[in-house]
Design a protein around this ligand. Structure first.
Ligand SMILES: [Zn+2]
Ligand SMILES: [Zn+2]
Length: 179
């Protein structure tokens, strides 16, 4: 997702270019595996100070059910908008930004080559959009915490979990009965 915005930067504020996104991601996600290409669109508009990129991206992913650990396919979609600023005036070639003393957000800088790179922003947005508690289905029974049996496929031979406080009380009563 790289867009040369040199022509846009030469144009008036409000000028707009639209691009389709249909490409294999050049990054990986930590929380999920991507199953296919990125698709969507980018609308880039010249602003007073730089360009505003409005991005819409979707991708199919596979994440783990947080109860039974099975792979669950799902679709992610993110929409976001960021304004990016050029470091060099496209007409004069002078460095215009950042000014001395300014600490720019590196990700919101258009490179000296006038190329807008959106991969890192898209990666961060997708990463944040992966559901934290993914379930294969609402009623997923999960795994037995003792033997690891997938309880969706049938129950196991383990005793049901006993509440530790009741167990302590039973122990105390048992102790009293034998005294
Ligand atoms: Zn599950
Ligand atoms: Zn079990």
């Amino acid at each position: 997702m790289q867009y040369n915005v040199a022509e846009l930067l030469k144009g008036p504020a409000g000028a707009t270019r639209q691009f389709e996104i249909a490409e294999e991601p050049e990054f990986a996600l930590e929380a999920a595996r991507m199953l296919g290409p990125l698709s969507g669109s980018v609308r880039i508009m010249r602003t007073q100070d730089g360009v505003l990129a409005e991005v819409q991206v979707s991708v199919s992913i596979e994440a783990q059910c947080s109860r039974c650990l099975r792979s669950v396919p799902t679709d992610l979609e993110v929409r976001f908008a960021d304004e990016y600023r050029p470091t060099i005036d496209i007409r004069t070639g002078f460095r215009i930004w950042p000014l001395p003393g300014e600490e720019p957000d590196e990700e919101l800088v258009i490179g000296d080559d006038h190329v807008l790179r959106l991969d890192e922003a898209v990666r961060q947005e997708l990463e944040a959009a992966v559901p934290v508690q993914m379930l294969c289905r609402e009623a997923c029974a999960g795994l037995c915490p003792r033997c690891g049996q997938d309880l969706n496929e049938g129950s196991c031979q383990c005793e049901p979990e006993q509440d530790a406080r009741w167990q302590a009380l039973r122990d105390a009563l048992g102790q009293a009965a034998t005294d």
